[in-house]
Design a protein around this ligand. Structure first.
Ligand code: PLP
Length: 430
C-alpha cells in the first residue's frame, strides 16, 4: 500500500508526520542548498548548533520548561537512562554527604590531613550503607526493568521497590495501588523516587503527578516519559529529571532527551570523584552517560546524530505552530479525544472486547485490549482484518499478547476514527 492508505499504530518506533518526512528526504540529499546532506554535516558546524538550539527552543516552549532546567540529548535510548539515572544521582548524593561530613568533622574534630580524610570517608561509607536508598514504583515492564538495572549496578540492598503493582492485581500489571499503600523509604528519605509515567507494554499511565512526591521534602523525582513525552501538559518544576527516547512521540530512534534540574548539575551539585566511588564500591558511569559532561558540552561531547535532533526539532516546532498559545495542552486535548473514542467503542462491546488495565490508570497512548476472551486464533483474525484495510501495527507486545493500539501524536484523529469503525464492524460482524 501507499503511505496514504495506511494508519499505523505501532508502539515504537512509531509513526512520524508525513510532512516532516517529506522535508527530511530533501534535507538528507541537500541540507539548506549547500550540496551536502544533513547526515553528512559536522556536529560541530554552525548548522548543527542551530538545529540543537531550535529543538531546545521548541521543547522549552511546548512544555514551558523553567529556566533552571537543562535539556540534554544523548544516545543509548531510554534503557541507557535507566543506568545514567543511577550513576548520576548517586554521584550527586554521595558528594553532598561527603561535603557535609567534611564541614561537620572539620569543625568538630582536631583531625587534619589524612586522618581527617579517613574520618570523612568512614562517615560517608556508613551513610551509604545505612541511608542510601533508591525508591522505584514498579507499575509495568519498563519500571521493572529500570529497577532491575539499578539493582544490577548498585546492589539490590540499595533499591527499595516502593510499589509492585502486580502484588495488587493477581501477579499482573494493570493497576496503580493508591499512594497510601506505597512503601517509600521510611521518612520519605530515598535519594530519589523513580517512576515510568506511561508503561508502553502494559498500557498503564499515571493519571496525574503523585501527591506524595510533591513538596520540598520529597526525594528527587525521576520520570521515564519515553512513551507519553509531549502528549499532555506537564508541570516540569515538580520533577528533578524527565527523560524519554525520541522514537515514539518525538522522532526516530537514535536520541534520548533528558530534562534535568540545573541544581543537580555542577557547579551547584558536583558529583563524587571516581576515586571516592571506587573506594565505596559504587558504580562509575561511562563518560557518555555523565550528565555534567554532556551539559558542559551542549550535548556535543561526542558525535551526536544531528539528523535525529533535526527530526525531533521539526516535529516539536510543528506542534508549536499548530497549537499556538495552548502549547502542549492543545496536543493533550487531541490525545484524550482519540483515546476516549477508542476506549468508548471498546466498552460498547463488552462481550467482544476487554480492556486490560484498570479504568482509572489506562493509558491514552497505548490502548491494550483482548478480543473474544483472548482467543489467539480470533485475535489473529482481528489483526488480519485490520491489516486488510490499512490499520497496521496493532499486535500487542510479545510478552503479554493481545492487541495494542498505540495512539501517539502522529496518529491522526481520522486514523483513530477508522479504528473505531473497524472495532464496530468486527464486533457486530457487519
Ligand atoms: N521506557 C519506556 C517507557 C519504553 O517504552 C521503552 C521502549 O519501548 C524504553 C524505556 C526503552 O527504550 P529504548 O529501547 O530506547 O532503550
Amino acid at each position: 500500500p501507499e503511505r496514504s492508505d495506511v494508519h499505523y499504530f505501532g508502539a515504537g518506533p512509531a509513526p512520524l508526520p508525513s510532512a516532516v518526512l517529506e522535508r527530511a528526504s530533501q534535507a538528507l540529499l541537500n541540507y539548506k542548498g549547500q550540496g551536502v546532506g544533513i547526515c553528512e554535516i559536522s556536529h560541530r558546524s554552525a548548522d548543527a548548533n542551530e538545529i540543537l538550539a531550535d529543538a531546545k527552543a521548541a521543547l522549552t516552549s511546548l512544555l514551558d520548561i523553567p529556566e533552571d532546567y537543562e535539556i540534554l540529548f544523548l544516545q543509548g535510548g531510554g534503557s541507557g537512562e535507566f543506568s545514567a539515572v543511577v550513576y548520576n544521582l548517586v554521584g550527586v548524593w554521595v558528594e553532598k554527604r561527603r561535603a557535609q561530613a567534611e564541614k561537620d568533622l572539620s569543625a568538630s574534630t582536631d583531625a587534619k590531613g589524612e586522618a581527617l580524610e579517613q574520618k570523612i570517608f568512614e562517615r560517608v561509607q556508613r551513610e551509604v550503607k545505612e541511608e542510601l536508598r533508591l525508591d522505584y514504583l514498579v507499575t509495568g515492564s519498563w519500571s521493572l526493568k529500570a529497577s532491575q538495572e539499578a539493582s544490577r549496578l548498585i546492589g539490590a540492598e540499595y533499591v527499595n521497590v516502593a510499589v509492585d503493582s502486580r502484588k495488587a492485581n493477581n501477579g499482573k500489571f494493570g493497576v496503580i495501588p493508591s499512594e497510601s499503600d506505597w512503601k517509600p523509604t521510611p521518612g520519605n528519605k530515598a535519594a530519589f523516587t523513580y517512576f515510568c509515567d506511561n508503561e508502553t507494554v502494559d498500557g498503564v499511565e499515571f493519571p496525574q503527578f503523585p501527591k506524595s512526591l510533591e513538596g520540598a521534602d520529597a526525594p528527587w523525582v525521576v520520570a521515564d516519559m519515553s512513551s507519553n513525552f509531549i502528549s499532555r501538559k506537564v508541570d516540569v518544576s515538580k520533577y528533578s529529571v524527565i527523560f524519554g527516547g525520541a522514537q515514539k512521540n518525538v522522532g526516530n530512534a537514535g536520541i534520548t532527551i533528558v530534562i534535568v534540574k540545573k541544581s543537580l548539575l555542577p557547579p551547584a551539585s558536583p558529583q563524587a570523584a571516581p576515586e571516592l566511588l571506587r573506594r565505596l564500591n559504587l558504580p562509575i558511569g561511562p563518560i557518555v552517560f555523565d550528565w555534567p559532561t554532556i551539559a558542559k558540552n551542549n550535548s556535543l561531547y561526542n558525535t551526536l546524530p544531528i539528523f535525529d535532533v533535526w527530526i525531533a526539532g521539526q516535529v516539536m516546532s510543528d506542534l508549536v505552530s499548530t497549537y499556538g498559545a495552548k502549547k502542549i495542552a492543545g496536543q493533550g486535548e487531541i490525545s484524550a479525544e482519540k483515546a476516549n473514542i477508542i476506549y468508548g467503542t471498546l466498552e460498547q462491546y463488552p462481550n467482544v472486547y476487554k480492556v486490560v488495565p484498570d479504568k482509572t490508570v489506562r493509558s491514552r497512548m497505548n490502548i491494550c485490549f483482548r478480543v473474544n476472551g483472548g482467543d489467539e486464533e480470533k485475535e489473529k483474525t482481528f489483526l488480519a482484518g485490520a491489516q486488510k484495510i490499512g490499520l497496521l501495527g496493532l499486535k500487542g507486545h510479545r510478552s503479554v499478547g493481545g492487541i495494542r493500539a498505540s495512539n501517539y501524536n502522529a496518529v491522526s484523529l481520522d486514523g483513530a476514527k477508522k479504528l473505531v469503525t473497524y472495532l464496530e464492524t468486527y464486533a457486530t460482524g457487519a
